[in-house]
Design a protein around this ligand. Sequence first.
Ligand code: PBG
Length: 347
Amino acid sequence: MNNSLIASIPDLHFSHPAVKTALTRRPRRNRRTAALRGLVQETHLHPSQLIAPVFILEGDNRRQEIKSMPGISRYSVDLLIEEATALYELGIRAIDLFCYTPNEKKDAQASEAIRPGNLLQTALRRLRQELPDMCLMVDVALDPFTDHGHDGIVNEQGEIDNDLTLPVLAQMSLLAAEAGADIVAPSDMMDGRVAYIRQILDQGGHQHVGILSYTAKYASAFYGPFRDALHSAPKFGDKKTYQMNPANSREALLECQLDEQEGADLILVKPALPYLDVIVKIKEQTALPVGAYHVSGEYAMVMAAAQNGWLDADRVFEESLLSIKRAGADFILTYAARRVAEYQRKR
Ligand code: PBG
């Protein structure tokens, strides 16, 4: 608009009393310069608050890209050390290990999960040696190891049997602790597993090993790419008898209460962005640290759009992770950890 046009508009703007009052307050003043914006920034994202999930596989010098998760690969233990070192140097001080199990090693009992000297323990021992200050976490659940793809043992009635599963989860946790894990992270959603694992760890002399409980893990469609990565999609049925109904949030408070009573050290909500309200609620209820898992599907959607030139992945990830922190997450598991830390370093 040119000046003569503006001049022709009646001066409602400053004569209207409501507008006059509003303009004594100008929130934009605090956004005027980068320095001012920095002063009033309420939430920060630091690499020390990120946990990088990593997929591992057997063999040497092997790296396999995961098609549905651009930028993410499965690594053999030697290459895992390189990846973990790069993460550490970027300030990411925690990784969470997930095992890829070849089909011939899977069975109904998840025997490979509790075989002494398996891939998971080998990886932990090497990492502990090479990166003594890195926080080492392991995912505890049976789905990467069962031929049916469920997180627990299936009984004769074809049900995922809660109580038959607990000893296997606890044994898996104990072996991980012996191999140097700092934290075991049960993601299976069986009832009572935190107490059971705590007891077995303590009996084994691993009082210092913590439990990050997947407290509110939803039966979510966002896990698709992860199941590609581990070839772990369930062969029958779904996970709705153990993972939570996406429609519920009060139920998450019950899970949180129980995990706290059972001795969890850290609480996790998963997925992250579609469940920010659950993070808020749980944070209000517990004094334990609360984390969120920004899952494979949340990562893949952004990468797919970015590959089409529709989104700027770095900026979308940074904004997403900040939102998860703003909702109350103290730490975040995310496949974008390395990318975001590199992006922040560049600026
Ligand atoms: C296994 C497990 C899953 C994820 C983490 N641990 C998959 C599932 O429950 O089917 C999903 C992680 C992701 O999608 O990034 N219990």
